[in-house]
Ligand binder design. Structure first.
Ligand SMILES: C[S@@+](CC[C@H](N)C(=O)[O-])C[C@H]1O[C@@H](n2cnc3c(N)ncnc32)[C@H](O)[C@@H]1O
Length: 237
């Protein structure tokens, strides 16, 4: 049998490749990733390549005018890694962190998503306590950084109540087609030229309805999504 470790391959998080993954040895990457794990109370989802992509996109977006937004925050794994890597206190932007903080909204899943088992998976995840509902814990996680806006509310309904202006970085990670598409459409005109839109689960295995919904929304906006082997999708405005 092919020994992935001996061959120096990367085989995690539905991604298998023999290509160079030297970022794993970068102390700045390691510190950022460790901060993400700390946000998740020590739980490591082993999604290093996805975090590498998110850190790269956030770094590029830091040079673009506008604020950062994440729709789908949970314990704050990816956003905490980003803030650690960028040295958020010195970035001079706001980071809007939007989540129900009560888990996914089952009524938002389409018939196709229900048929694909997404609703059942969400229910099981909620029953296992996989979604953070303790807002005090969330606030404590981000307490070390300024310019953080934690928003407890449902996308898309909550968005117009927030005074979000120009956006440089939009991370969409709600694992449900309706709010993900709605978030892209809502923020599109607010995205600065060069802004990054990163979908965490665009091409994730078994999430075909989500891929189709994002593709349709992107096409109607005159954009095209770069499908990444990590399962993420990227648009540069
Ligand atoms: C996969 S988790 C997000 C993971 C997070 N980005 C991280 O770095 O670990 C998905 C989150 O989306 C949230 N969510 C799902 N549907 C939502 C909606 N319509 N509005 C706001 N949050 C939603 C859930 O509560 C859950 O916390």
């Amino acid at each position: 049998m092919f020994n992935t470790r001996a061959a120096g391959c990367y085989a995690r998080d539905s991604l298998f490749t023999a290509n160079n993954h030297h970022f794993l040895d970068d102390p700045a990457f390691q510190a950022a990733y460790a901060r993400g794990v700390a946000a998740s109370a020590g739980a490591d989802p082993h999604m290093e390549w996805r975090v590498h992509v998110a850190l790269w996109a956030a770094g590029a977006a830091a040079r673009v005018p506008g604020d950062f937004v994440e729709c789908g925050v949970n314990a704050g794994f990816v956003s905490s890694a980003i803030m650690q890597r960028l040295g958020w206190a010195n970035v001079g932007k706001r980071f809007y962190l939007i989540d129900t903080f009560s888990g996914p909204i089952l009524a938002q899943y389409s018939r196709e998503e229900i048929a694909q088992g997404r609703g059942r998976m969400a229910e099981e995840a909620m029953a296992k306590g996989a979604y953070v509902t303790d807002l005090e814990r969330v606030r404590a996680n981000y307490a070390q950084w300024p310019n953080v806006e934690i928003v407890a509310g449902a996308v898309p309904g909550v968005l117009p109540s927030l005074a979000i202006g120009q956006v440089a970085f939009l991370h969409i990670d709600m694992n449900c087609a309706y709010p993900e598409r709605a978030a892209l459409e809502y923020f599109w005109d607010r995205l600065a030229p060069g802004a990054m839109v990163l979908f965490d689960d665009y091409a994730y295995f078994g999430n075909h309805a989500l891929t189709q919904a994002i593709d349709a929304a992107a096409a109607s906006l005159g954009a095209e999504v770069l499908s990444l082997p990590t399962g993420q999708g990227l648009i540069v405005k």
